[in-house]
Design a binder for this molecule. Structure first.
Ligand code: SF4
Length: 387
């Protein structure tokens, strides 16, 4: 299969999709943007040579953050369409997935009340067996030409293969590491810095005690290794990344417990220098269904809160902190690759992960992908278009 993802001289990854235009992933911000087909050739040239004149400042203000422009001077438009949404008569379907989530381990020191991945975790026999398994899974993922791969889990910092997975993917696709930050170390920091990797750190509350109440320790995590609260650990990891100049997105699960505090939490993140904040409304999962029902509360409160966050994003944060809000995303919008290398998504007719291709679970055919992936929802999720 053609390899169509390319790292430009700026460090930004691009993929030209016939009919769609250009899709970009920035390791400096962890953000994905689509560029209208009429501008894609010029923007590609600029990403390889920053002296090229662009038709509007908005490209430099958003895509240029971290390499052509200081973060303080950036602006991240919403949704992630360049130029602005009115320019687009329709959003076509891309040929390949925009992003694939690779759960490289099922191990995690935490057991969050609403963990979406719990049904793919903690099954030790499904852990990848050595570097050859990691290489094989990475190659299957790369065959689908994703613009970016999220290394996740479990917590990928618990995987002995994190550095090797990064080494294989680096230069071929954009990379994001998702973590709760509990075991974040200087060694991780060096690894992420060396490969210019974007990080997403999970944090739901400003106050560590409240965070601890929902992001609890897994009962198997040794008592002696619980050296600080989960919220304190996430904050420490966040500060380490910010100080080291690593692109970091804070990921927050919105529940009835924090929905009313989100604007003030966003203010705090903005003042800390966070440039990207991603908020999910708690989602249902097979293993955590009861908790989901308990934590959801009134669904209308999330739409109301999004309006308030949007106002703060425009006026208080001056669009220099990107905000992604996943209010409702159909479960079949994401592709998940398990620790065993099988490709899954979540069925829209029942709760629980489903194999995308039962005949070829570790190498799904494009026909199976077409059947199982909700392409429109996939595009909307990663281009930050709220339904
Ligand atoms: S940190 Fe992530 S993977 Fe671990 S339990 Fe929490 S939600 Fe699940």
């Amino acid at each position: 299969m053609d390899k169509i993802v390319r790292k430009t001289k700026s460090g930004i990854y691009i993929r030209e999709d016939a009919g769609f235009g250009l899709i970009t992933f920035s390791p400096y911000t962890g953000l994905i943007y689509a560029i209208h087909p009429s501008q894609s050739s010029l923007v590609t040239k600029w990403l390889d040579n920053s002296n090229i004149q662009l038709p509007s400042d908005i490209y430099k203000l958003s895509l240029g953050a971290g390499w052509a422009l200081r973060f303080e001077d950036s602006k991240f438009p919403y949704p992630h369409l360049l130029p602005e949404e009115e320019f687009w008569s329709n959003i076509p379907r891309p040929r390949y997935p925009i992003l694939i989530n690779w759960l490289i381990t099922g191990k995690c020191p935490l057991a969050c009340l609403y963990c979406y991945a719990e049904d793919m975790m903690r099954q030790m026999d499904r852990e990848p067996k050595g570097e050859s398994a990691i290489k094989r899974i990475a190659e299957s993922i790369l065959e689908l030409n994703p613009l970016a791969v999220v290394l996740t889990g479990g917590d990928p910092l618990f995987s002995p293969h994190l550095a090797y997975a990064i080494q294989i993917l680096d230069g071929k696709t954009g990379i994001i590491v998702d973590t709760n930050g509990y075991t974040f170390s200087q060694e991780h920091l060096n690894l992420l810095k060396k490969h210019n990797i974007a990080v997403r750190i999970s944090l739901d509350f400003e106050r560590p005690k409240q965070n601890q109440a929902v992001r609890k320790f897994d009962k198997e995590h040794p008592i002696l290794a619980r050296v600080k609260s989960t919220g304190r650990a996430a904050l420490d990891a966040l500060c380490l990344c910010l100080d080291a100049g690593i692109a970091v997105t804070v990921q927050t699960v919105a529940t009835k417990l924090n929905v009313n505090d989100l604007v003030s939490f966003g203010d705090k993140l903005y003042r800390m220098g966070v440039t990207s904040w991603r908020i999910f409304v708690v989602s249902d999962s097979k293993v955590r269904h009861e908790e989901y029902l308990r934590l959801l509360g009134n669904p209308k409160s999330y739409s109301y809160m999004w309006e308030k966050i949007y106002k703060a994003y425009i006026s208080n944060w001056q669009q220099s902190m990107a905000v992604q809000f996943i209010l409702h995303s159909p479960p079949n919008a994401v592709i998940l690759v398990g620790p065993d290398g099988k490709f899954y998504n979540e069925s829209i007719t029942r709760t629980g992960k489903t194999l995308i291709d039962e005949l070829n679970p570790t190498k799904p055919s494009s026909r199976a992908l077409d059947n199982w992936l909700g392409w429109e929802s996939h595009v909307k999720r990663y281009l930050n278009m709220i339904d």
